[in-house]
Design a protein around this ligand. Structure first.
Ligand code: UD1
Length: 356
């Protein structure tokens, strides 16, 4: 007679909570892993390294001196993802892994939709199967588009997405809300990030763009270090104080800490509803020219830049109302713009030093 095989259920006993950080080798993910470990969480990173590098894992280990488990695969691979969840008892998930460039998403929408949706759906299926109850989603202020009134609160209308990348954030937020309505025990927090910049104080981890940077601050630091000739400032005829766009720049370490606070909120059963959303920014707008000035102050050198045409798809201005994050979540950004820019510059210089 065939013997019936039964699988022992993973025992969740007194060990530290195990947090899966998808995209944990990436820019925001790596800083979040550090903060989680420093707060006593155990972490396992899943990352396909498509937009990050293996030495990030070593550098995280150097900072925290903790064991950081890492598995390399793409979560859009259902077989591999299913196997991973069957083998690893996970208490909570912070989901960063996604393609993230606005312009690239316009050129390659199918690649963006496939990767960002399929990986998230695979994880959500695993959540259902293994009864995982805590999920933090990496959303974006991009969901507000060009808001009619500023600053934006979490109740500000979600505007039709300007690009496939933005659309994936909006639709995944909707999927999560639907699932939360259907599954009462699931707790989800979506964090809508404004513009993360800067690097860890150790200068061991930071933003590592592959190829030509699409975002402002890495373009500035690469120009100053000599990798690029000149920063192009996209438009100086906007209806703003100095004609350049306004954004709410936030230090990546402050942003990383918001994830730990969100996780604590869930695990300590403090959520008021089982789906919550928070703006994560400083609440202060800065123009592109103010970023350049802050950089020139930090580096004590002039930055070559020129004004060019507006970039297609750019919004004129956006910044956060952070009341909800400050009072309900109990989190507040602490670092100044100068702190952010100084750390980004230290990181770029450390990269050059290490590549010698
Ligand atoms: C966008 C998305 C954000 C996404 C991020 C990731 C929106 C509203 N925001 O941020 O959700 O997470 O991309 O890629 O869609 N700039 C220059 N020269 C440059 C680069 C940028 O002048 O070489 C200017 C831009 O015009 C903008 C500001 O700098 O005014 C910030 O741009 P960037 O760093 O690319 O971020 P966002 O476009 O705001």
């Amino acid at each position: 007679m065939k013997k019936k095989i039964t699988f022992a259920k993973h025992k969740k006993t007194s060990r530290n909570k195990m947090i899966l950080v998808t995209g944990g080798a990436g820019y925001i993910g790596s800083h979040t892993v550090v903060e989680l470990q420093e707060q006593g969480y155990d972490v396992i990173i899943v990352d396909d390294l498509s937009n990050s590098q293996i030495n990030v894992i070593d550098n995280i280990r150097k900072i925290t001196t903790k064991k950081t488990r890492f598995e390399q695969f793409n979560l859009a691979d259902n077989t591999r993802t299913t196997k991973f969840f069957a083998e690893n008892p996970i208490d909570a998930i912070i989901h960063f892994a996604a393609h993230k460039y606005v312009g690239e998403s316009v050129k390659e929408p199918l690649r963006y939709y496939y990767n960002n949706f399929v990986s998230t759906l695979n994880i959500l299926q695993a959540i259902e199967k293994h009864d995982i109850r805590h999920f933090v989603f990496s959303s974006s202020c991009t969901v507000y588009g060009q808001a009619d009134s500023l600053p934006v609160t979490e109740q500000s209308p979600v505007k039709p997405a300007e690009c496939p990348y933005g659309n994936t954030k909006q639709v995944i937020e909707e999927i999560l809300q639907d699932i939360c309505l259907a599954v009462a025990q699931l707790q989800v927090i979506s964090l809508r990030y404004f513009n993360p910049i800067g690097a860890h104080a150790s200068a061991l981890i930071g933003e590592l763009p592959v190829g030509v940077p699409q975002n402002l601050v890495p373009y500035i630091t690469q120009t100053a270090i000599g990798k690029r000739d000149c920063l192009q400032v996209f438009g100086n005829d906007y209806n703003t104080t100095d004609g350049t766009c306004l954004r709410d720049y936030i230090h990546v370490v402050d942003l990383a800490k918001a994830h730990v606070v969100a996780l604590d909120r869930m695990l300590n059963k403090k959520m008021k509803k089982n789906y919550e959303v928070f703006n994560i920014g400083t609440g202060k707008p800065s123009s592109v020219l103010e970023i350049i000035q802050s950089f020139e102050k930090a580096s004590q050198m002039p930055l070559p830049y020129k004004f060019v045409e507006r970039r297609k798809g750019d919004i004129e201005k956006i910044w956060a109302d952070t009341t909800c994050a400050n009072t309900v979540l109990g989190w507040k950004a602490e670092k100044t713009l100068d702190d952010m820019i100084r750390s980004a510059w230290n990181w770029e210089k450390a990269l050059k030093e290490n590549n010698k």
